[in-house]
Design a protein around this ligand. Structure first.
Ligand code: OXD
Ligand code: MN
Length: 600
């Protein structure tokens, strides 16, 4: 006689520390019910159906966009709030001048008052999750408690969430505790607090992605960067992409660019027609955890399982893979709608917005139809170029790391650091024009070292010291580069076409890694000459190419002076090696006689 399979153990019984914590939070926040997320497909559908019934989600045209929904956030809750984001360490210096700081006891007391009874009448969702493949020794786990079903659905897409994660937590000693409540969405009562010494996060008053999906920026970058320093690895704001050359060899590149500077596009790049035989595979589009391997190389995993990508500008031309990927089972946030219930955003060549992102009849006088930071959430498995190695437990070996920003001038298209130590300075020197991903003015140049200004969970001076220490451990370190796809001519026109054409620059880098490509010393680092880049079929004039690869000595001397002033802000804690590298660059720039990219 067949025996009935035993009922699975209730989630609440799998891990005592998690259950105790949930009980304590329940007593504080007083929800109407507690819902433990199993992480099944059926569960996601049921949570989605709940939100459709309550009117919080709108079902999109089921023929063109099957399984897709639109969520509209509160109009005052549409981006990360850096000014309300805190690192709460016992010592203020550990948080550093790069972070807002609050003393941990004071921060807990403040948050306790906000959370008290904040979930009354609401459901408390418990989401155990694993950042990274479930069977990876490089992955780390957390549990998010939230009173937002929208957040729960996003977490179910963005992470490996539910029972398998809780089973792993039950076997391990530690997990990151992330407590989130939407509160009343009052910007005056909104705080995103991080307690790296306790591996915990408390977020109140926002339902927006980066403030509320605690596995992403809060855990996988701010808390993980702290954990990584203690354990000897790096948690970075980087995409990871595999590039297969026509010979069939694949090399992996990680790249750090500030928010909304094209990380998702580069991670899903489509090779230009003039580079036949190349293939591109995405491992990750936003976050990389990089570990020194026993073989002396740096190995990377993507801790996420989905994408929370920026929509405006995404179309068939700019990112066909993403465009195709988001046509089913996708959650849209803050887009406009067409009259026939399709999502619409600026940059789509077809369709007309009928309703704007706030649900009002579209009126161009009120600004863009979709919010400039409107987003899609979708599982990575829907990506047509998802790497077959994206879930390898040991990760993928990294050949090159790129740093870059959005800069009209100064930074050339590409240059290579002299060595790892110089590369740390190059990463620290990243500056970029601000974008709509964070609250505040758009288009202002600010320093964004390693694209981690909003995300480093501790003092940048200590972070750079840690980068130097990791490099010193690597017998076969990746080469480090700086790129700028956004350089403009005096009329404000972009000099470089970007998108798929960026592969030409990546191919030069890989040849450098293989010791095959030429470069010349430009004082700031090593640059290709125009003839070192594959320019077949490229619509960029020789003058434009020279401009892209030129180093303006005066601008760079000013840049070095600004960088010196910026680094001085870190005082005694700044590693001496960083000063030494900066002085080497200053001296080399003094010695440059002519625009080096034009010479032999
Ligand atoms: C993001 C960001 O959402 O960097 O990825 O803001
Ligand atoms: Mn990001």
């Amino acid at each position: 006689m067949a025996t009935a399979s035993p009922l699975p153990m209730p989630l609440a019984r799998l891990s005592r520390p998690v259950a105790d914590w949930v009980d304590a939070v329940r007593a504080l926040t007083q929800p109407a019910e507690v819902y433990w997320c199993e992480g099944t497909e059926a569960e996601r559908e049921e949570l989605t159906a709940r939100l459709v019934r309550s009117g919080e989600l709108t079902r999109l045209d089921p023929v063109q966009f099957p399984g897709c929904h639109l969520y509209r956030s509160h109009p005052a809750d549409v981006a990360r709030v850096e000014q309300l984001t805190y690192i709460c360490t016992r010592s203020k210096d550990d948080a550093g001048p790069n972070n807002n700081w609050m003393e941990p006891q004071a921060a807990h007391a403040k948050m306790r008052e906000l959370f008290r009874a904040s979930m009354r009448g609401r459901t408390l969702y418990v989401i155990p999750y694993c950042m990274g493949p479930l069977d990876s020794p490089l992955a780390r786990c957390g549990v998010e408690i939230t009173d937002s079903a929208y957040v729960a659905i996003n977490m179910l897409i963005m992470t490996r969430a539910g029972r398998p994660a809780l089973e792993r937590i039950a076997l391990e000693d530690t997990f990151v505790r992330g407590l989130h409540s939407t509160g009343e969405l009052d910007p005056q009562r909104r705080f995103i607090m991080h307690f790296p010494e306790e591996l915990s996060i408390e977020s109140f008053g926002s339902g927006y992605g980066g403030n509320a999906l605690l596995g992403k920026k809060c855990h996988a970058l701010r808390i993980a960067s702290w954990q990584a320093r203690e354990e000897g690895w790096l948690a970075e704001h980087m995409l990871i992409v595999g590039l297969q050359n026509p010979k069939g060899e694949t090399h992996y590149v990680a790249a750090a660019f500030p928010s909304a500077c094209g990380k998702t596009n580069l991670a899903m790049l489509i090779p230009p027609e003039s580079m036949p035989g190349w293939k591109v595979f995405t491992v990750g589009d936003d976050i990389a955890w990089l570990h020194p391997g026993a073989d002396g190389r740096l190995w990377a995993i993507n801790p996420e399982a989905g994408y929370f990508g920026v929509l405006p500008g995404t179309n068939r031309e700019s990112n066909r893979n993403a465009y195709d990927m988001i046509r089913r089972d996708t959650l849209f946030t803050n887009t406009a709608l067409t009259a026939d219930n399709r999502p619409w955003w600026e940059g789509l060549p077809a369709g007309t917005p009928h309703t704007d992102w706030q649900g009002r009849p579209f009126d161009p006088a009120r600004g863009p139809a979709a919010h400039p930071n409107s987003r899609f959430t979708v599982s990575a498995r829907r990506n047509p170029c998802y790497s077959p190695h994206a879930e390898d437990p040991q990760g993928v070996p990294i050949s090159a790391i790129l740093f870059g920003g959005r800069r009209r001038e100064v930074a050339p298209l590409v240059y290579e650091a002299r060595d790892w130590s110089h590369g740390v300075l190059v990463g620290a020197s990243v500056a970029s024009e601000t974008t709509a991903a964070a609250d505040g003015q758009v288009g202002v140049v600010r320093r964004d070292p390693m694209a981690m200004q909003p995300f480093c969970g501790y003092n940048f001076a200590d972070y750079w010291r840690h980068w130097l220490a990791v490099g010193a451990k690597l017998a076969r370190p990746p080469r480090l580069f700086h790129v700028n796809w956004f350089r403009r001519d005096p009329q404000g026109r972009f000099l470089w076409p970007g998108f798929g054409e960026n592969l030409r620059v990546l191919a030069w880098m890989l040849d450098r890694c293989a010791g095959k490509a030429h470069a010349i010393d430009g004082g700031i680092g090593l640059l290709p000459r125009p003839k070192d880049l594959n320019t077949a079929g490229l619509r960029v004039s020789p003058e434009e190419l020279r401009a892209l690869l030129s180093v303006d000595r005066e601008l760079w001397q000013k840049e070095v002076a600004e960088l010196r002033a910026y680094l001085r802000g870190f005082g005694e804690r700044l590693p001496a090696q960083m000063w030494a590298e900066l002085e080497k660059t200053a001296a080399a720039l003094g010695g440059v006689q002519e625009s080096p990219a034009t010479g032999e």
